[in-house]
Write a protein that binds this ligand. Structure first.
Ligand code: PDD
Length: 285
């Protein structure tokens, strides 16, 4: 079945879905995006994703070209047209099309909206989670507004590629004080020897992941001790468990960091329980 993309008001086969070469997303990475999990044909945490989209747009002074409710309709229609039951929906809004000039275009420039959807096999993700994944650490060389979910992701792309070349599935960025910030496309967590769950506060050093936000509720419900603080790479090496969170991977066990086994080198009980429980705390729409 041909995949269908929504582009500025029209649903088109993916191969024919085009944006203008002077779209500022293409020219300057001047845009924002969201990735939302789809489970059993339903969007997971749509409300929170759309709220974060609004925040990202606000930070970049890009206006939303349609009401949020209409955007929700487009997301669902894209899912339906692509017959996605389990997978992800991708939504991108850029500052629109204008003659190339660094400064913002005139106020009447209409932002561009693109939505795509893709099926993912839940079983294959589950298979990966059973064994856990490898992570490598790399210096965080991104700008200081990574709290905005912009499509400007080149350092993340390069970091992920470095990870892949080293046989790992994710790279964790490390700040100049040796503390982990987040993954190239996920948030980073450890469970200490004392059983405390630790993750960096969602200040300006990381993206406030929606999965992260929902997981905080699951952690509370399981009566685990949470410490929202930065942790060092050394602390991560010595942790009992480690894991990452994102809309596409939910809670993914990390079993090796820089080739060093974490705990006994297998997914731990806290991570496994949080992965199992996550969807009880997520909103299904
Ligand atoms: N990535 N940090 C970064 C840098 C991310 O790119 C992501 C998400 C997250 C986790 O956010 P959330 O829990 O809302 O998915 C943290 C998405 C999945 C992506 O770019 O594909």
């Amino acid at each position: 079945m041909a995949r269908i993309a929504y582009v500025n008001g029209r649903y088109r086969p993916l191969g024919e879905a085009c944006v203008n070469v002077e779209d500022r997303g293409y020219q300057f990475a001047d845009g924002v995006y969201e990735v939302c999990e789809v489970r059993g044909g339903h969007l997971v945490d749509e409300r929170r994703h759309l709220q974060r989209l609004l925040r990202s747009l606000g930070e970049l002074k890009i206006s939303l070209p349609m009401p949020l409710t209409a955007l929700g309709v487009v997301l669902r229609e894209t899912l339906t047209r692509n017959r996605v039951q389990d997978g992800i929906v991708y939504l991108q809004v850029t500052r629109g099309v204008a003659r190339r000039d660094f400064a913002f275009p005139t106020a009447d420039t209409r932002p561009s909206v693109v939505v795509t959807a893709r099926s993912l096999d839940p079983a294959s993700n589950e298979k990966i989670a059973v064994n856990g994944i490898d992570v490598v650490t790399l210096p965080d060389n991104r700008w200081d507004r990574v709290d905005i979910k912009t499509v400007s992701l080149l350092p993340n792309v390069l970091a992920k590629q470095t990870a892949r070349e080293q046989g790992a599935r994710e790279a964790w960025f490390v700040d100049c004080e040796g503390r982990v910030t987040e993954g190239s496309s996920s948030n980073a967590w450890i469970v200490t020897r004392e059983g405390k769950v630790v993750t960096r506060p969602a200040d300006q050093g990381i993206l406030r992941g929606i999965t992260r936000t929902v997981l905080l509720d699951a952690i509370k419900a399981q009566k685990l001790t949470l410490e929202e603080r930065a942790f060092t790479v050394q602390e991560a090496y010595a942790a009992r468990e480690a894991f990452l969170t994102s809309a596409s991977q939910i809670v993914m066990p990390v079993v090796r960091i820089d080739a060093k086994p974490i705990g006994n080198g297998a997914p731990g009980p806290v991570t496994t329980a949080l992965r199992r429980e996550f969807h009880r705390f997520a909103e299904r729409c």
